[in-house]
Design a protein around this ligand. Structure first.
Ligand code: ATP
Ligand code: MG
Length: 387
């Protein structure tokens, strides 16, 4: 294939959160809800949940903030509650310094210097020795210095009040919390909730699924001692996209070469991805790269390539025995519970063996159990069904 064409296709399929609405598929319902929150809610922390790669960052990018000022904050220093709050102030100050407002700039500058000084104080790395503020910042944070938490909170309060005064409404977006363990996330939010709970400040955070489940249980009073509803006022769950959406997403991206993938080839990619846009983009890119000599991807080529790519990836980590494959095939055919599975395999596999293998495969994430029913993740199912 022509080098420039391949270059275009690989770039178009590159996995990164989008901010151009032309490339967005679906999510009207979720965005509608998020926009209503941003517009109508007076204050509060709100969660966005979903499996990795499903589009949390992308969706957060499209929250309509016409009448609000948006701040993306990445919390990186998490050693203790004080450090988290200090980190929040530092990051907010950096963003506030870029605004064109003298009053805000002044407080931001003061806050930033305060954090840098407080954290340099008493550390073995003298502040004057480092030539870049960032270096001394990270070094000193690593020293786990306790600093005056009351002053930090006062600075945050001052800065946020000025921001609200200037812009009316503030959206704070704390993405990437979904990469943390549940306890860490709660720790971070617990430290921040008091400073963020302020009129006209709406905070959106991305969260791991475990928190969503617990939150729902709290709301429904199915948990003994609910506490998440104290932190979150509402939570939105992002489901996988549909197979049709995934195809649309890829076609929108490669619009200069809409025929590059046969429609059936696109379908294979979408089915493999099981509605996860990141998995779809990754696979589509891989197929284009390993077939760089081919001008157009047919269903057969797609299928063969997907098989090769998954096999390579799966077989690097696992090799299934004959019996394991029998078990996995049965689950792939039909999601079912353990005892039904044992019955189905009667005469083929011993009862105890089935139980032992299920346990082991569940530990490896090859089998998922939800409400007593066994499932295979899409990629494993695709592999087992086709190869
Ligand atoms: N609705 C959508 N329309 C078009 N492309 C999308 C959509 N949702 C996600 N994508 C694409 O899928 C990929 C993954 O999306 P994104 O990075 O937003 O997911 P995420 O849930 O934030 O992932 P992570 O768990 O890694 O933070 C990106 O390349 C993004 O452009
Ligand atoms: Mg993300």
């Amino acid at each position: 294939m022509n080098k420039n064409k391949l270059k275009y296709i690989i770039k178009a399929l590159f996995d990164a959160p989008i901010s151009n609405k032309d490339f967005l598929v679906n999510r009207e319902k979720e965005l509608n809800h998020l926009n209503k929150i941003a517009y109508f809610q007076p204050m509060g922390i709100f969660g966005l949940c979903g499996e990795t790669g499903v589009g949390k960052t992308t969706t957060l990018n499209f929250i309509d903030s016409e009448d609000a000022k948006r701040f993306h904050i990445l919390i990186t220093e998490k050693d203790s509650k004080e450090i988290i709050i200090g980190d929040f102030l530092y990051k907010l100050s950096i963003l506030a310094l870029k605004l064109k407002n003298k009053k805000i700039n002044n407080i931001a500058k003061e806050s930033k210097e305060f954090i840098l000084n407080e954290m340099n104080y008493n550390t073995t790395y003298g502040g004057g020795l480092s030539f870049a503020a960032n270096i001394s910042y990270e070094k000193s944070v690593n020293n786990r210095k306790r600093f005056n938490i009351y002053s930090v909170k006062e600075y945050i309060d001052k800065l946020l009040s000025l921001l609200v005064e200037e812009y009316g409404k503030i959206l704070i977006i704390i993405d990437e919390l979904d990469k943390e363990k549940k306890e860490e996330v709660l720790n971070i939010l617990d430290s921040l909730k008091n400073v963020l709970f302020k009129e006209n400040i709406i905070t959106f955070v991305s969260l791991p699924f475990s928190i969503y489940r617990e939150y729902s249980n709290d709301r429904m009073r199915w948990n003994e001692s609910g506490n998440l509803e104290n932190i979150f006022k509402d939570m939105i769950f992002l489901d996988s996209l549909t197979i049709e959406d995934i195809k649309k997403m890829i076609l929108k991206r490669i619009k200069e070469y809409p025929d590059y993938f046969d429609i059936e080839a696109l379908n294979e990619i979408a089915v493999f991805s099981d509605g996860n846009p990141r998995d779809a983009l990754w696979m589509a890119q891989q197929i284009a790269l390993i077939n760089s000599d081919i001008d157009r991807i047919s269903k057969d080529i797609a299928k063969k390539s997907i098989g090769m790519i998954i096999s390579q990836n799966i077989e690097k980590s696992f090799s299934f025995t004959k019996i394991q494959k029998i078990i996995l095939k049965e689950i792939a055919r039909n999601s079912l519970d353990k005892s039904t599975l044992v019955k189905k395999l009667e005469g083929k596999v011993k009862r105890q063996t089935v139980y032992t293998y299920i346990k082991r495969l569940m530990n490896d994430g090859i089998i998922i159990e939800n409400k007593d029913i066994l499932y295979l993740p899409a990629k494993i199912r695709y592999y087992i069904e086709n190869f």
